[in-house]
Design a protein around this ligand. Structure first.
Ligand SMILES: NC(=O)c1ccc[n+]([C@@H]2O[C@H](COP(=O)([O-])OP(=O)(O)OC[C@H]3O[C@@H](n4cnc5c(N)ncnc54)[C@H](OP(=O)(O)O)[C@@H]3O)[C@@H](O)[C@H]2O)c1
Length: 292
């Protein structure tokens, strides 16, 4: 999907990692599922070279043959081996997939904390009811649910509109916004004449990109008012303004540097409202959650 090994290589990743840390971006999110362990291995090779403390987040994938709490601890130990660390800062359940109930995995997360293998625990792709159940199970063990990682950006505001974001704020759960650049659709570099490559082009088709152009134009205009910020930087700053922590993917130094430039300034209320209005016509309210 991302053209790893062809469009960009390990050297590009190393350089992006280094410049991110230099720019103060020290939270790195990965998962055992990414490249079937490859992403964790790459991060594990980079961590010893880090010039600043890195906050590492990874994820457990509840695959159909994983039934018991023990399978989470075993998967976690494999993640730690690949990352070459003894405990992970944030361990997340990647998806609330059936048939194992939310409570079983939440209990397993609590076991991992008690065994000193993880410092904080989170979930991902959990709707409000699933998140509240995980929160309650952890609370019985005296452990906070630190985060819920969801797709969120100017083209998908379902979680803002259906109350999940507010529930996170109510329960002091950090809302981590994944794909905050809409997989590149909000960077402004993809247009109906230069469509998104590969599988991404199916979700963000030429005709959809056509519809996003007024929003992109407004993002450029707003960026100009802030010392020439790019659409990507405006898109990320908008996420931050909504109280979320966006985690953009970067394939090289230039992207990592640009994304770090989303920090240290703020859209005005009027600008954010203008973006809200333009995005309202485009937002994807169809994002599905797999029930448990
Ligand atoms: N929990 C989950 O289920 C889940 C699911 C998906 C992602 N995530 C997490 O979220 C992270 C980010 O999501 P994502 O990678 O899907 O989407 P994203 O951050 O919205 O988009 C990243 C892509 O946009 C392009 N890009 C990034 N910065 C750019 C810039 N400054 N200028 C121009 N192009 C730029 C790059 O691709 P091109 O250059 O090829 O366009 C890059 O790979 C992932 O790394 C992962 O940690 C989690």
């Amino acid at each position: 999907m991302w053209n790893y090994g062809r469009g960009y290589q390990d050297d590009d990743i190393r350089a992006a990692f280094e410049v991110s840390l230099e720019s103060g971006v020290t939270f790195i999110d990965t998962a055992e599922a990414y490249g079937r362990g490859r992403s964790e291995r790459i991060l594990g090779s980079l961590l010893p070279t880090a010039k600043a403390p890195v906050v590492v987040a990874t994820k457990f994938m509840p695959l159909p043959w994983r039934w018991s709490k023990k399978s989470l601890i075993s998967a976690l130990r494999h993640s730690l081996e690949r990352l070459k660390i003894t405990s992970v800062d944030l361990y997340q359940i990647h998806w609330p997939w059936p048939p194992v109930p939310v409570e079983t995995w939440a209990d397993a997360l609590a076991d991992a904390v008690e065994q000193g293998l993880v410092k904080a625990v989170g979930v991902s792709n959990y709707d409000e009811a699933q998140m509240r159940r995980a929160y309650a199970t952890l609370a019985k063990r005296g452990i906070p649910l630190a985060s819920n990682q969801m797709e969120y950006h100017l083209l998908n505001r379902k979680w803002e509109l259906n109350g999940l974001l507010q529930a996170c704020q109510e329960l002091s759960i950090t809302f981590i916004a994944y794909s905050p650049l809409a997989q590149g659709a909000l960077t402004g570099k993809y247009t109906p004449d230069k469509p998104m490559p590969g599988i991404r082009g199916r979700r963000y088709s030429r005709s959809f990109l056509e519809k996003t152009q007024p929003l992109i134009r407004q993002m450029r205009e707003i960026g100009r008012e802030h010392d020439g910020k790019s659409p990507s930087q405006v898109a990320l700053n908008w996420c931050i303004g909504k109280g979320t922590v966006p985690i953009p993917g970067a394939k090289n130094v230039r992207q990592a540097q640009e994304n770090a430039g989303a920090l240290g300034w703020q859209l005005t209320e009027t600008e954010a409202a203008a973006l809200d209005e333009l995005s309202a016509a485009l937002v994807d309210t169809s994002a599905r959650i797999v029930g448990d």
